[in-house]
Design a protein around this ligand. Structure first.
Ligand SMILES: [Zn+2]
Length: 189
């Protein structure tokens, strides 16, 4: 099983695109793109896919945002949760990560297998688990940047910018201004 590391540009672009779809705002998309790189700061401590890659920790800001009342504090917390969850789920799908830490110190990986069998598309998935292996993640074992990764990331960012532009056009349309300001007031953005 490969412990491949997803490229930072792809992490950025996928979080950017999802935030653009959710909030239709450039600032939210940029914030999500930047924050999604946070879990990899564990590399500075000589380990990758450490506890910073826990899905439970990623969802903590969302839980706090639901518990607090101040609308202006809710939005950044929700962007942070999305950004962290995107990072963790992408790495869970491409290798092992301790997604259930601190409930479980084991690390898990999603194994996807799909292809054409007997003339129809067959999809099988499994969740693999193993004890946390610090040594397996001690160094980068995949290129930080590839041409293919950069191309896909650029495509995603361009598509997301179109989504944001379309959102702005709706906000400027007759009736859209009231709807948009009501949504902003509700979500604290
Ligand atoms: Zn990572």
């Amino acid at each position: 099983m490969s412990c491949g590391r997803m490229e930072p540009a792809l992490h950025f672009a996928i979080a950017f695109a999802l935030a653009a779809l959710m909030w239709r705002r450039l600032s939210s998309a940029l914030l999500a793109g930047a924050l999604t790189l946070l879990p990899d700061l564990d590399l500075l401590l000589g380990s990758h896919r450490s506890a910073s890659h826990s899905l439970l920790l990623a969802l903590l800001p969302l839980a706090i945002s639901l518990a607090i009342r101040r609308p202006s504090a809710k939005h950044p917390l929700q962007v942070l949760s999305l950004a962290l969850a995107v990072h963790v789920l992408l790495e869970f799908a491409t290798g092992f990560a301790p997604v259930l830490w601190p409930l479980s110190t084991e690390e898990y990986s999603l194994s996807l297998d799909f292809g054409f069998k007997g003339g129809s598309l067959a999809l099988a998935f499994d969740v693999l688990r193993r004890p946390y292996d610090c040594d397996a993640h001690g160094e980068l074992n995949a290129p930080v940047l590839t041409l293919e990764g950069l191309a896909v990331a650029l495509l995603l960012v361009v598509l997301a910018l179109q989504v944001i532009r379309a959102g702005r056009a709706v906000a400027r349309s007759p009736g859209g201004r009231e709807l948009w300001s009501a949504k902003r007031a509700r979500e604290g953005i």
